[in-house]
Ligand binder design. Structure first.
Ligand SMILES: Cc1cc2nc3c(=O)[nH]c(=O)nc-3n(C[C@H](O)[C@H](O)[C@H](O)COP(=O)(O)O)c2cc1C
Length: 245
């Protein structure tokens, strides 16, 4: 009698453990380090069209015309535009002395920045947060679902983030630069790297006939939550879209 009760209790425990094992990952917040499967059917890997290295607008014209744009039309961004913007932010360029290099200079060639895409309305790319693979010129899904409203809230309610079809988000592994350069790396170099990458995005957007604004005012922890990242620090949010005249 006692033996069979013990068996029943053990069986119940087994069922409970099985339920918890299945339920906990599904209920998680979807951070990429959690090793979880994205919630819906958005493809995990997205390849992008090759970026162009020639354009119709000169660098001088782009510098001359750039200004912050905070209002956008309802036009979606194309995959070509997104690919071009991501490449400008931190894509692969020429092969330098130390191997393939990127679109912006980085202190000590450490490249502690990563480029994320917060996509709402992009042709051929499901809404979600993605990490840019600079070597492959492709995207990897971090989490599904349109992040714009939450991201705008985390950016102190700034409407440009909600209204733009997508934002390029620059995040950085501050410890990585600090490990080499200490305080100077943490307080200066990482921000300098970010400025170079951000300016590339601004000028590339301008050259494509798009508008953008550099956004530095946001709550770090809230932005991290929306992006589904843990270790890195968000540095810039750059909403991009067709300017509303
Ligand atoms: C570090 C930094 C942070 C900024 N943060 C914001 C921001 O949070 N929101 C915003 O609307 N503009 C932001 N801007 C954009 C500036 O307001 C804008 O560049 C400035 O007013 C000059 O205007 P212009 O870009 O049209 O030349 C930021 C710019 C920089 C460089």
């Amino acid at each position: 009698m006692r033996k069979s009760r013990r068996k029943t209790v053990a069986a119940r425990r087994l069922v409970l453990v099985a339920i918890l094992t299945l339920a906990v990952p599904a209920a998680g917040c979807g951070r990429e380090n959690d090793n979880q499967t994205p919630a819906d059917e958005a493809p995990v890997e997205v390849s992008l069209p090759s970026p162009a290295t020639r354009g119709e607008v000169s660098l001088e014209e782009a510098i001359q015309a750039r200004r912050s744009v905070r209002s956008f039309t309802s036009r979606r961004l194309t995959r070509e535009e997104v690919s071009q913007l991501l490449w400008a932010a931190g894509g692969r360029t020429i092969d330098g002395v130390t191997g393939p290099t990127r679109s912006y200079p980085s202190a000590g060639g450490i490249y502690s920045l990563s480029i994320l895409l917060a996509a709402g309305e992009v042709e051929g790319i499901s809404p979600g947060v993605y990490r840019y693979d600079w070597r492959e010129n492709s995207l990897r899904l971090i989490r599904s679902g349109d992040p714009r409203s939450d991201l705008a809230r985390a950016a102190l309610g700034q409407g440009a983030v909600r209204r733009a079809p997508a934002s390029i988000v620059i995040v950085g592994d501050v410890q990585r630069t600090a490990a080499r350069y200490g305080e100077r790396g943490r307080d200066r170099y990482i921000s300098m790297d970010t400025g170079h990458s951000g300016q590339n995005v601004s000028l590339q957007a301008q050259a494509l006939g798009l508008g953008s604004v550099i956004i530095g005012a946001f709550r770090d922890e809230a932005v991290k939550e929306v992006l589904g990242i843990e270790r890195e620090t968000p540095l810039y949010i750059i909403p991009v879209g067709e300017p509303a005249s």
